[in-house]
Design a protein around this ligand. Structure first.
Ligand SMILES: Nc1ncnc2c1ncn2[C@@H]1O[C@H](COP(=O)(O)OP(=O)(O)OP(=O)(O)O)[C@@H](O)[C@H]1O
Ligand SMILES: [K+]
Length: 314
């Protein structure tokens, strides 16, 4: 493993995240507008998001050395995103500022009374993240402890990252979100898959399947470890050692679950890269994710290692 020693004696694993970076623009409204209608917002917020970026920030806050491979626009939002990554200690040498597309954005309307969302995602530069961007980082990927991908960038790009890692014997994690069916040759490159319940059943094409049955079908497709997140209930962990539900940790308070799944995948990856077995890694990830739901937004809610270690002691 390509780990370096830290002052506290714990090894510092190297996590490479390949994925999306968005700016989430959230407007709370009394009710969502219909076609042709304009409504005024009582509160507007702009927060760094995107599943790849969220997972990279989660891993960095939890003590990993993180390299992020991504594309943002050559615009103010892109510069702001990169500054945020650098403030979190993330290596941004492979974050390209694309002059041909804007930074990805998510326009989120929140119906304040009903708590419902309407979301428009404009992927912008994320759609330009190419296999050659990943190949440019191939040396870094081959020397990493773990590589983490999601599905907000082109599938060929994801496959390239997984293949480079797989061929070098580097652990691969795929968070298959947003939900979509995946080709068998891509799944065959995944060591650890982290779907939520919706994504798990969609992947196996059987919306009536239980999380456990879906995990079994995913094993048959060549994925050795499956962790299905179950919201507040925790996560179902399935691998060669068997199947177990790691119970959820009670959140101190539930303010905003945005980014909980990303926090879970980022934290799970750090724990696996440190050599924890899948079950213990899922306990660690559940503890981290329970803290993330107590704070608003995605990236601002990712907990520190000290916060997670403190609740694991209890
Ligand atoms: N209300 C909650 N209380 C405590 N932990 C939670 C809560 N909601 C989510 N979690 C933690 O976050 C993990 C991921 O949540 P979930 O299964 O809802 O993923 P998700 O659908 O990808 O989430 P999101 O889209 O909101 O990021 C759970 O496995 C759990 O550990
Ligand atoms: K949150």
């Amino acid at each position: 493993m390509n780990t370096s020693n830290r002052a506290d004696g714990r090894t510092r694993p190297h996590v490479v995240v390949v994925g999306s970076s968005n700016t989430d623009m959230t407007a709370r409204v009394a009710r969502l507008p219909g076609p042709g209608e304009t409504v005024l917002s009582e509160r507007f917020e702009m927060v760094a998001g995107g599943k790849g970026a969220n997972q990279a920030v989660a891993a960095a806050r939890l003590g990993a050395q993180v390299t992020f491979v991504a594309r943002v626009g050559a615009d103010a939002l892109g510069a702001q995103a990169i500054a945020g990554f650098q403030a979190a200690g993330i290596d941004t040498a492979y974050v390209v500022q694309d002059s041909g597309a804007p930074t990805g954005i998510a326009l989120i309307g929140v119906d304040a009374a009903r708590g419902e969302n309407s979301i428009i995602v404009a992927p912008g530069a994320n759609a330009h993240l190419s296999p050659s961007d990943v190949e440019a980082a191939s040396e870094v990927i081959r020397n990493a402890d773990i590589v983490v991908c999601q599905l907000e960038t082109p599938l060929e790009t994801v496959k390239t990252a997984l293949r480079i890692a797989w061929e070098a014997g580097v652990l691969t994690v795929l968070n298959p979100a947003p939900a979509q069916p995946l080709p068998a040759d891509l799944l065959a490159l995944v060591d650890i898959l982290t779907p939520n319940e919706t994504e798990a059943v969609l992947l196996v094409g059987d919306t009536d399947a239980s999380p456990e049955a879906a995990a079994q079908q995913l094993h048959a497709l060549g994925v050795s470890s499956v962790v299905v997140t179950l919201g507040a209930a925790g996560a179902l962990v399935s691998n060669a050692d068997g199947v177990v539900v790691v119970a959820g940790r009670r959140a101190p308070t539930v303010v905003d679950t945005t980014g909980a799944g990303d926090c879970f995948t980022g934290a799970l990856s750090v724990a696996l890269a440190e050599g924890k077995d899948l079950r213990r890694a899922a306990e660690f990830a559940g503890a981290a994710a329970s803290l993330s739901v107590a704070k608003a937004g995605a990236q601002p809610s990712m907990p520190t290692r000290a916060d997670v270690d403190a609740i694991l002691k209890n």
